[in-house]
Structures are given as C-alpha cells and as structure tokens.
Unconditional design. Structure first.
Length: 589
C-alpha cells in the first residue's frame, strides 16, 4: 500500500503474472494504470520510477505511427521497449526498475537504472522467478532458502549494510545497478544477467579549465533540475542548508511555481542546520517548513527496518522517515541533493586523504609490523582499530577509510562458527576498489563510494523512508550526465587541501551571497551516543541473549555492552541493536 496508494492492478497469464501498486505522478488518469499493455496485449510492463526525458521520444514515436492513450512516461517506455528492447536502455535518463514482457517472443526483460536509485529484489525458487520492489513481500512466496547468509551477516556488522547482489537471505538477491536480466517465459529460472552501464568506463579529462567545468556543471544541473520538476502533482524541496540541496533550491526557485521547502531540526542543536536553511529559503523567497526529530523517534525503528527488510544501520533513516511523514502534507514529489558528495568530493574522508596521501605512502614501509603490535594492545584501544586498517598499506587505504572491516573488535563479536574469513569479507569491496586502479586516488574513492556506500546506504535510506509515506524523491545530482561529467574531473578541481566540493562552492557564488553558503558541513546523522545510554545497553544485552543466544561471542558482547571502554562504541552498539530489531520484526515473518 505505501509504495502505491493510488491504484493497483494485476495481470495473470499462463506463464507469468504481474502485479503493481501505483503512486500516481505523471498522468493521474486510468491511462497510466499498471500493469500496462499495448498492441492488443502483446507487450506488458510494470515500472517503478520515472523517465525524466520521456518527452524527447514523443516526436520519433509519433512519426512511426504510435498513438498514445495518455501522456505517461510508462506508456512511452513501453513503446520504446517493444520496438528496440534492451538497446533503448542507454537512451533513458531516469530512475527505474521494470519488468517488460514480450508475449510474441515469449521473453522478458528486467532492468535497473544506472545508479540503483530504484530497488529490485528477486529470487529463483522451484523453477519460478519472483521479484519485488522491497524484500519483505518476497517472504510470502515459497522460497527454497530463507536461511541467513553468513557472509552477508558479517558484511553487515563491518559495513553497516549489505551491498548488492547479496541480501541477508541466501535465497534472495538484489539486481545490481546498471544491470538487466533476460529470460524466457517458459523457463524463467534460466536467466542471463549483464551490466549495461558502468562508471568505471568514464575516463579523466584534464583539458578543461575551471571556467569550462563551471559552465558545463551549471548547465547540466539546471537541466537536471528542470526535468525533475515535471509532474502532475505538487512538488517540494528537501532543504538541509548544505551546498547540494542549496544549489538544487537555487535552480528550482527560478521556475514559475516555487516549491515548498522542508528542513529537519533536532533537540540537540549541534546537529541542526535549520538556521542555514532559513537564510537560504529567505534569500530565494521559498516557504520553509521545519520538522523536529526527538529521542522518541527510536520507537519507530522496528517499523522503519520492516520497510528495509534486512539489517541497515544508517541512523539518519530516522530523520528521513520523520521528514517524509511530514512532507506528505505538502507535496508528493520532493527534490533533494543526494549524490553531490560522491560526485564532487564532498566527504571529509576525501579531504583528509588528499591532505595525508604522502603519510599513507609512508605507511607502506611499516604495515608489516603493525599486526605484531596489535596483539599487545587493549581490546578497546582506539589505535588497535586504526592499526588493523593501517596494516593494509597505502594502496588499499582509500578502500578502508569509510568502512569498519578489519576492526578486530567487530570480528570477534560473532562466535567462530558464524565468522567468515577476511578474504571473503573483503572480496567484494576489494574487487570494486581494484576496478578503478588506473585512476587518481581520490577518484578511486569516489567510484568506490558509488558502489559500496551510495547505493546500499544513501539510496536505500531515502527510498525506503520516503516510499513508506508514499513520497517520491528525485535528485538532480544523480542525473547520469552529471555523474559522468563529475567522474571525469581531476581531484584538484574539487579539493584544495582543506575543503571539498570547490567546484560546487564556486558555482554557488553565482546564486547566493558567500555568507549564506560558507557554513561547515554537519551531515544528517542522529545523536546516538547520547541516546544509547548505560541502561539501554544493558537492556540490549538481555534482549540479544533472550532472542539470539547462539550467534554471539558472549565474552565480547559483555565487554561491548556492559564494560567501560576507551573508544566510543556507540556505533557498534547501534549496529547490534538494529540487527536485533531486524531479527525480531522481519526474520520471523
């Protein structure tokens, strides 16, 4: 219901069945109903998302004799697929996950957008293929293996999420971004899976001046924002006060109907960017609505995790969930700045690495001694955690900076029979990191984050939290044209040694006074260190051993949840709690 409260439909034939719930955005009439069929029922589609450039294809399709029943992007997509099949994928600018059925040929095509903005889960069981936009609905089908995948469990504890194609269950997979599945209706278990887009193919371009880059970025962001304002329902903005959402607000505010802007605030003022958002909204003459997040929001975690369907520890999903619930009162579609940090090197990790790269190179000479010293360090030593990462040496340092794998404390949380080898744990991350080995170091980190952080963390958070309240979110920074442009920019244009996003900072000067946008980055996190107090941790210890007695190393769990520690363990405590919440609310379904 939550992903599509406006309409529903089913299509059942001899060899397949399609079901859909619709959140009506473009063409609110029955002409936009799904599943959609054309050519006397020869072609069918169920499609989640938006094709922002669908109007570009109308003249050509009309010349070919196509007559449209309505004006939805779904109908345009269906006609393109019926004529061109998978070759039409490269023409699409949008966020999407769809299943297209060609009954004449007896085939089906499933595809996911380049960056994985829209989710797609699937399983092959007993000779049948089942798929869904969320994981939980698949649990209602007769799936052969719903055992917990131990590799995914370990990756969750180290990464905080589970990157595709894995899920927490052995028998269920995620379709990777920029990938498609082909198959025949009579043998749906025999599928072909391929990538149709990859960021690793984009080469660096050193020939453009900063002025040229500014002009090109300016034009692309303007157009990316404009096409994301196409809708037959009210549109708003999520305005955090940061550079990315501020730029989107600048472009959107120039349109005739200025969208309402929403911002989140906290009881803990140091996490709030409300003052910044107010200044920007006032300058752009936008109406600003504030949403407050308080400690009581923790009670909503079980409901939130049920929408994700597997363990997921990004605490800012609570903010996004509360913001989306309030947003539904004002609009159905919201623009956001997601993706700007990956594209234009905005994360602190990029700046810190850029500054310390020579130090990391020096570590290559001492890395072999670090594991030896590690065994003499206390279990809760801050340096023990860092030493395990430093032991990787300079070449892999960028891969390790964001993640907690190789943290000895986390490695010892599970009992030995539930642990996996370090090689298996790191295999996926290492493959992603190595795939861009010919690029500059910071560019490698950005490309790594697109695969191992943006898709499995940021986009999951935004999609599940907003769709839980029937809200669609669109981000101009996820426009593939802008992503490909940003991937070609050398790091020196984005990082000056002290700050990232220099290109966007300079671009923002064209639209806002400097005193408004020169605020420090605060992020979108929760004050979990203050929330997870001693009483909370002791209760969690009791609950874990009541519900999950066989998974954990008792001695290490006692240390983490009941003992004073030299390092801040709140992030690990939160991760353990989310795992417990998932196990008690989702795994038993």
């Amino acid at each position: 219901m939550h992903r599509g409260p406006d309409d529903s439909g089913q299509l059942v034939r001899e060899h397949f069945g399609l079901g859909f719930r619709r959140l009506s955005i473009i063409d609110l009439s029955q002409a936009g109903h799904q599943p959609m069929s054309i050519s006397d029922g020869a072609y069918h589609i169920v499609f989640n998302g938006e094709i922002y450039n669908y109007k570009e294809f109308l003249p050509e399709l009309s010349r070919k004799g196509v007559r449209f029943a309505g004006h939805s992007d779904t109908e345009v997509l269906l006609h393109m697929l019926s004529a061109e099949g998978k070759s039409s994928l490269s023409k699409l600018n949008g966020m999407f996950a769809f299943c297209f059925v060609d009954e004449q040929k007896g085939t089906f095509l499933i595809a996911r957008d380049r960056l994985g903005v829209k989710p797609f889960y699937y399983t092959i069981s007993n000779g049948r293929l089942f798929f869904s936009s969320e994981l939980t609905p698949l649990l209602q089908f007769p799936i052969e293996s719903l055992d917990i995948d131990l590799l995914s469990l370990n990756r969750y504890l180290h990464f905080g999420h589970i990157a595709p194609p894995q899920t927490i269950y052995k028998g269920i997979k995620k379709l990777e971004p920029g990938s498609y599945i082909e198959g025949r209706l009579q043998r749906p278990e025999d599928i072909t899976l391929k990538k149709w887009w990859s960021l690793e193919k984009i080469e660096l371009n050193h020939s453009r001046t900063e002025r040229q880059l500014l002009d090109e970025t300016d034009a692309l962001l303007d157009d990316a924002t404009k096409i994301r304002l196409i809708a037959d329902v009210p549109i708003g903005l999520f305005l955090s006060g940061g550079i990315d959402s501020s730029l989107v607000a600048c472009y959107a505010s120039r349109k005739n109907n200025k969208p309402v802007a929403l911002s989140v605030t906290f009881d803990e003022n140091e996490y709030s960017e409300l003052d910044q958002a107010k200044l920007i909204a006032k300058h752009l003459e936008l109406d600003l609505v504030t949403v407050s997040v308080r400690n009581g929001s923790l009670a909503e975690i079980p409901q939130i995790i049920s929408h994700v369907g597997e363990p997921f520890d990004d605490s800012s999903i609570v903010n996004q969930y509360n913001l989306a619930r309030e947003s539904r009162k004002y609009a159905t579609v919201f623009l956001t700045g997601d993706g700007g940090d990956e594209a234009f090197a905005g994360y602190h990790e990029y700046v810190r690495t850029f500054k310390n790269l020579n130090k990391y190179k020096f570590l290559s000479y001492v890395q072999y001694a670090l594991p030896f010293y590690d065994r003499f360090l206390p279990w809760d030593s801050n340096f023990r955690q860092q030493a395990a990462k430093l032991a990787a040496g300079y070449k892999d340092m960028g891969m390790l900076i964001r993640n907690n794998f190789r943290d000895p404390l986390i490695s010892q949380l599970l009992r030995k029979e539930y642990q996996v080898s370090d090689k298996l744990l790191e295999e996926q991350a290492q493959a992603v990191w190595n795939s861009s080995s010919e690029f500059a170091y910071i560019n490698r980190m950005q490309r790594y984050d697109y695969n191992m952080y943006l898709e499995p963390d940021v986009l999951v958070k935004v999609d599940r939290a907003t769709m839980a309240h029937s809200i669609e979110v669109r981000s101009p920074f996820l426009d593939y044209r802008l992503v490909e442009l940003a991937a070609s920019i050398p790091p020196s244009h984005n990082i000056d040694g002290h700050r990232g996003k220099m290109l966007l900072r300079n671009l923002l000067q064209r639209y806002l006074p400097k005193n408004i946008y020169e605020a420090p980055k605060r992020g979108f996190g929760l004050p979990i260190a203050q929330w997870l107090n001693k009483s909370f941790r002791e209760n969690l210890y009791d609950e874990i051993f009541a519900e999950m007695p066989n998974f954990f190393n008792h001695d290490m769990l006692v240390k983490v949840l009941k003992s004073p520690a030299r390092r801040d363990l709140s992030a690990i405590v939160w991760r353990l709690w989310i795992l417990y919440v998932w196990h008690t609310t989702c795994h038993r379904i």
